[in-house]
Design a protein around this ligand. Structure first.
Ligand code: HEC
Length: 150
């Protein structure tokens, strides 16, 4: 009996916890959060792209710092897409939640590519850094093509 009560309390507590958490995250809060992270990624990504294209002098330290930041940000994005978090300002397609496994897989590809990019960038190999950057950029495009509005 005591075990049953403990079990029931735990289940109730867990479900209450989930409900409370979901209810406290408003759609616009989630949209602001993930758009903020994407902008932080872009802030670092653009100078790296300019180096890769030869529009800005190559600086391995700046490049490696950008790569490390992008790796860190990449790991915090998936949680910024709770179910139903769509607003007029959002460019996310509803397909994200209909094809969550595919969306998560694309996010994982991005996380993996940016983790590799961060390691390669620390190695000071310019050609390898450029190649790893292009692979990472491909994972952005692959997700945007499928899951972001034009
Ligand atoms: C797994 C999917 C996915 C990956 C990977 C991804 N994005 Fe996005 N990105 C999105 C979605 C979805 C949105 C729209 C978010 C919204 O408006 O709610 C978005 C929005 C953005 C925005 C616009 C933010 C705004 O305020 O409108 C930028 C900039 C951006 N992404 C850059 C990048 C870059 C750069 C990369 C790779 C380094 C990347 N994204 C990787 C899915 C992805």
């Amino acid at each position: 009996m005591r075990a049953l009560v403990l079990f029931a309390t735990a289940v109730l507590g867990a479900s209450l916890g989930t409900t409370t958490l979901a209810a406290t995250v408003k759609p616009e809060t989630a949209v602001n959060y993930r758009q903020g992270i994407y902008h932080a990624i872009l802030w670092n990504f653009v100078p790296m792209a300019q180096m890769v294209r030869g529009m800005r002098p190559w600086n391995q330290a700046t490049f490696a710092q950008g790569a490390a930041r992008i790796e860190f940000y990449s790991q915090q994005l998936l949680g910024g897409f709770p179910p139903g978090s769509l607003t007029a300002r959002s460019e996310a397609k509803p397909a994200i939640w209909q094809h969550w496994a595919e969306f998560s897989a694309k996010m994982q590809n991005f996380e993996n590519a940016s983790a590799t990019l961060a390691v390669v960038a620390r190695s000071s190999d310019q050609a390898a850094s450029k190649a790893a950057f292009i692979k990472t950029a491909d994972t952005c495009k692959s997700c945007h093509d499928a899951f972001r509005k034009e």
